[in-house]
Design a protein around this ligand. Structure first.
Ligand code: APR
Ligand code: PHB
Length: 393
């Protein structure tokens, strides 16, 4: 039977970053991915990194292109009632965020890990995890029609929300907390100059809008839309008109439009699975938790899980100590719930929840308070840039 120290299920950002960090500490792993490398690389996802995530990517040795091409942002704007207010992230926290697409991170990890001899098996099917409550876990899978099995010390479930690892746990051993939101985000990517140097989050009676970017020449825009809408009902022109109508008029007048190179509708949900560890199985990233995208915490939370887990595994192999492994779930969940709170709050503040004028008035009062009170702005800013590790775990 094949043997490795850690079997990692899923080659998304969580799986590959974990594999890369472990390799740099001499810990071998095998990564099992159901899709092709091309499919995983082409997925378009979030793009806003906390400093802690930037630091971890650097530590993993895959931060070179990000340092060159990432856009450092010192603030962002919140727009409502026809005006925009700047939140000075750097002034309020001393920290910044970096705009660098998850697609680029995936490419950098592929280059850093896969192209340098990392063991990733793409296109595997029927992954089955076994024995994770014992000292001898095993993972079996089918590749090119052949059933194989790997013995390991630990399994990392980095297989996303729809993955097999969380689903393998008996329902009486896991508790799920979940909230769905009654709207979606319609997002488009276009090769046009971004509206502004910084991101703009807009609360409008017609619904939420977000102006983001991937580079100085590639824009990423989102609008809130009803859950049953389809892409076909949103030709480019309708999207641009709707976006303009939700922005302050000075911003709308500056908007540069162009053909969408990608367009997708995504549901919003908050989801937490507790605990995050089951014997020698650890759930990481989207496999354990999903936040609504407002505030872009998803990828950052995944990176925080990876950081805690890789350090705990290094401690296990170097010092023979399992203290950090034993704390993985409680430390992770402390951070996760704070990000759940922030993402849920920011979502509730910025979106329209049907025809409720009273609720909208309360949102506007809170937005006014948030942008006028230094204490309230600072609370928003410190969560947005990412809570410090000792604050959050
Ligand atoms: N067997 C093997 N691989 C699997 C299986 C399975 N049964 N199920 C899922 N996978 C793979 C998926 O194909 C995917 O490539 O696991 C990977 C999970 O990757 P992600 O969904 O990107 O999750 P994660 O790596 O935790 O990334 C978190 O991605 O979704 C965003 O907002 C999220 O930015 C956050 C980040
Ligand atoms: C994005 O660019 O995809 C993005 C940025 C900020 C968010 C959410 C998404 O809050």
């Amino acid at each position: 039977m094949q043997q490795t120290r850690v079997v990692i299920v899923g080659a998304g950002p969580s799986g590959l970053l974990l594999a890369q960090l472990l390799r740099r500490h001499g810990i071998d792993s095998v990564v099992l991915e159901q899709r092709t490398r091309h499919y995983v690389e082409a997925r378009i996802r979030a793009g806003l990194l906390e400093q802690g995530t930037v630091d971890l990517l650097r530590e993993a040795g895959v931060g070179e292109r990000m340092a060159r091409e990432g856009l450092v942002h010192n603030g962002f704007e919140v727009a409502f009632e026809g005006r925009a207010h700047r939140i000075d992230l750097h002034g309020l926290t001393g920290s910044q965020v970096t705009v660098y697409g998850q697609t680029e991170i995936q490419r950098d990890l592929d280059h850093g890990f896969v192209d340098n001899g990392g063991d990733v098996r793409y296109g595997v099917e029927q992954v089955v995890i076994e024995g994770y409550e014992s000292a001898h876990p095993r993972v079996s899978f089918t590749m090119d029609g052949v059933r194989q099995e790997i013995a390991c010390d630990f399994i990392a479930g980095c297989d996303g929300f729809h993955g097999v690892c969380r689903r393998s746990i008996p329902s009486d051993a896991i508790r799920i907390y979940e909230r769905a939101y009654p709207f979606c985000w319609l997002g488009i990517l276009a090769d046009v100059e971004p509206l502004s140097d910084e991101l703009i989050y807009a609360n409008h009676v017609r619904g939420f809008a977000l102006c983001s970017m991937r580079s100085r020449t590639r824009s990423r825009y989102y609008i809130q839309c009803p859950v049953n809408d389809t892409i076909a009902s949103w030709p480019d022109e309708r999207f641009w008109d709707e976006l303009r109508s939700r922005l302050p008029s000075a911003h709308a007048a500056r908007l540069i439009t162009g053909p969408a190179i990608e367009k997708a509708i995504a549901p919003l949900r908050s989801f937490v699975a507790e605990p995050m560890r089951f014997g020698r199985l650890f759930l990481v990233g989207d496999a354990a938790h999903i936040v609504p995208p407002t505030g872009a915490k998803g990828l950052n939370l995944a990176a925080a899980d990876v950081r805690v887990l890789y350090q705990a595994l290094v401690e296990h192999y170097r010092l023979g100590s399992d203290t950090a492994l034993d704390e993985y779930s409680s430390r992770g969940l402390a951070r996760v719930w704070k990000a759940m709170r922030f993402s849920g709050w920011f979502t509730m503040l910025m979106h329209q929840f049907g025809d409720d004028p009273f609720a909208h008035k309360l949102q506007l009062a809170e937005l006014n308070y948030l942008t006028e009170s230094p204490a309230a702005s600072q609370s928003l800013a410190e969560n947005y840039v990412g809570l410090k590790f000792d604050q959050s775990t």
